[in-house]
Design a protein around this ligand. Structure first.
Ligand SMILES: [Zn+2]
Length: 301
């Protein structure tokens, strides 16, 4: 990219990267999108991720450095469907970077490139505190969506950096092959547990459970983003008693005592799962899904 700028920089005596031109700057709201951008972009991209993989992605403390990163970005990747509604839009306004605004190749809203679940058609009353008013934004834990997101990233990187098109397509083919092999392995591992009934703390596992062939019977939160009162938890336990729930799952940032309480009362296992790449020592997107599959299968074996 920027062949003319590259020439200009050379003429002015600026140092340029070894690959000849400036790297594509990718800013990802979540580590998963950053990991996928690294898979596709390789050394042609420089990736910055904003939210930590161990914090609730709905509620992130926006640091001033985030706006600085966004101001320099060639490509912004975010979950959309209001996952980041509480913290990302003001940062985008502050960054004032035309390259990452809606309609530009540098604006990738993941919710527009995967099939969204739990879309209510706009009837959700936001005053209730529901943080999923536009559907369930936790799409990336379904590996089929991981591939869809990787394809979208490839298209965007090709549009932004046409010189790298062949590299991006080769990296996508390689990623798709590795992920495809793993998906067959994971499905085989999970197949004996098809139909397993699961309670979640937050509805962040919907896409994974659907792909895995499991059944999400309830959430401990009365509404996404609304912490349960004691009475909610008691009512949930009463409603699910004898239903054969095997697992109660949650990320590390949700109250584990609620999760354990529900699991104990229902004779189920409480299971903490990493939902974002980098949590629990995971080193990439495929590694994250591998860890989730290992944990889930391990708890049921
Ligand atoms: Zn959520």
């Amino acid at each position: 990219m920027f062949r003319s700028i590259f020439s200009l920089l050379l003429a002015l005596g600026f140092a340029v990267p070894a690959n000849g031109w400036a790297k594509v700057k990718v800013v990802a709201s979540l580590t998963d999108f950053g990991a996928l951008a690294r898979e596709i972009g390789g050394d042609r991209v420089e990736v910055v991720t904003l939210a930590s993989p161990t914090q609730d992605p709905h509620f992130v403390d926006a640091r001033p450095s985030f706006a600085v990163d966004l101001a320099a970005a060639d490509l912004l990747i975010y979950a959309g469907a209001e996952l980041e509604a509480g913290w990302l839009p003001p940062l985008i306004r502050t960054a004032n970077n035309g390259r990452i605004l809606p309609g530009q190749p540098g604006h990738l809203n993941v919710a527009t490139v995967v099939p969204l679940r739990e879309v209510s058609g706009g009837s959700v009353d936001r005053s209730t505190g529901d943080v999923h008013p536009q559907g369930n934004p936790h799409t990336w834990v379904d590996p089929r969506n991981g591939l869809r997101i990787a394809v979208a990233i490839t298209q965007r990187l090709k549009a932004i950096d046409a010189e790298g098109a062949e590299v991006y397509e080769a990296n996508l083919r390689d990623f798709a092959r590795r992920l495809g092999d793993k998906m067959r392995e994971w499905k085989e591992r999970l197949a004996p547990f098809a139909g397993t009934k699961v309670i979640v703390y937050h509805r962040s596992w919907t896409y994974f459970l659907e792909w895995a062939g499991f059944v999400e019977v309830a959430a401990i939160e009365p509404l996404p983003g609304v912490p349960p009162a004691d009475s909610d938890v008691t009512a949930l336990v009463e409603a699910q008693r004898g239903a054969g729930v095997k697992l109660v799952v949650a990320e590390s940032f949700y109250p584990s005592e609620r999760v354990r309480f529900v699991a104990e009362r229902l004779g189920a296992k409480a299971l903490e799962l990493p939902a974002m790449t980098g949590a629990d020592g995971t080193t990439g997107y495929i590694d994250l899904i591998q860890r989730i599959v290992d944990r889930v299968a391990g708890a049921l074996e």
